[in-house]
Ligand binder design. Structure first.
Ligand SMILES: NC(=O)c1ccc[n+]([C@@H]2O[C@H](COP(=O)([O-])OP(=O)(O)OC[C@H]3O[C@@H](n4cnc5c(N)ncnc54)[C@H](O)[C@@H]3O)[C@@H](O)[C@H]2O)c1
Length: 250
């Protein structure tokens, strides 16, 4: 993987941050797109100080013009894009669908599905020129199952699953693979903060994984690395649950 160019959206925090560290450890040139500038810049500096190659770029993925110019920048700076992890995303607190606002609909579908789609379009254009590419989308168990109180998030993540499978077919003869990971409940900053403020919810989060504990961001990052390996070239259109068996048991 040395010198491969890898983009990680949402790389300033949580799962994306673990991906940044792992791909940088493998000698890749890592590009982070995020809006948390302080976190992104601190992470990039920390890794560059260790002689790793990481660059942070502020890109608001709700803005199509920012997305388009960010990929032009990648092309100008690096000439190609080998791997793309479309990972940025968030949900909203659980509630029944009729209590959700149109603003929440636009935000969750905007980041989890529309931004992923717009990024994939730009990524594929660059990858086709280079005749190689690996795209890994971060879906969710909520992209494979219905989750009570999470209709909008489920809709967006089911959409990620759909676009992953269909687009995988479009480029199967172009040396570009497109897969997704469906994480179980992972110990990121957000989930961790529940420990103090909502211990019951934290306990539920732990118990939602059959292993009885939260997954680590590195569990997801490892799966992303695997899907990008040269030896994974025949794995395409797959939605890989990394959830200690949660989806398997439903
Ligand atoms: N943590 C879990 O338990 C879990 C489970 C299943 C799926 N996921 C998915 O994993 C992905 C990563 O989640 P996480 O838990 O690491 O969350 P996180 O909040 O730690 O990281 C998400 C990152 O996305 C960035 N982001 C948000 N809006 C953005 C925008 N408009 N433009 C650019 N960047 C933006 C955030 O700044 C943040 O750095 C998400 O797609 C999430 O839906 C997480």
């Amino acid at each position: 993987m040395k010198n491969r160019i890898v983009l990680i959206t949402g790389g300033a925090s949580g799962i994306g941050k673990a991906m940044v560290r792992m791909f940088a450890d493998r000698g890749c040139q890592v590009i982070i797109f995020d809006v948390q500038d302080d976190k992104g810049e601190v992470l990039a500096k920390e890794l560059c100080d260790q002689r790793k190659k990481v660059v942070y770029k502020h890109v608001n993925l709700f803005d199509i013009d920012e997305i388009k110019s960010a990929y032009i920048w990648i092309k100008e700076q690096f000439g190609k894009l080998d791997y793309a992890m479309n990972n940025a995303g968030f949900g909203i607190p659980a509630k029944p669908l009729d209590e959700c606002t149109s603003e929440e609909v636009n935000k969750v579908i905007g980041i989890c599905l529309i931004a992923v789609t717009n990024c994939m379009i730009e990524e594929i254009k660059i990858m086709k020129e280079n005749g190689f590419g690996r795209i890994v989308n971060t879906a969710s168990g909520a992209g494979l199952l219905g989750v009570k109180g999470n209709s909008i998030y489920c809709a967006a993540k089911h959409g990620v699953v759909g676009i992953t499978k269909a687009a995988a077919l479009d480029y199967a003869t172009s040396n570009i693979t497109i897969n997704a990971i469906a994480p179980g409940t992972i110990e990121t900053e957000l989930v961790n903060s529940l420990k103090e403020i909502a211990p019951e919810a934290y306990k539920q989060a732990e118990e939602s994984n059959p292993a009885g504990h939260l997954g680590k961001p590195e569990d997801i990052a490892n799966a992303a690395l695997f899907l990008c390996e040269d030896t994974s070239s025949f794995i395409n259109g797959v939605i890989l649950p990394v959830d200690s068996g949660c989806v398997a048991g439903k």
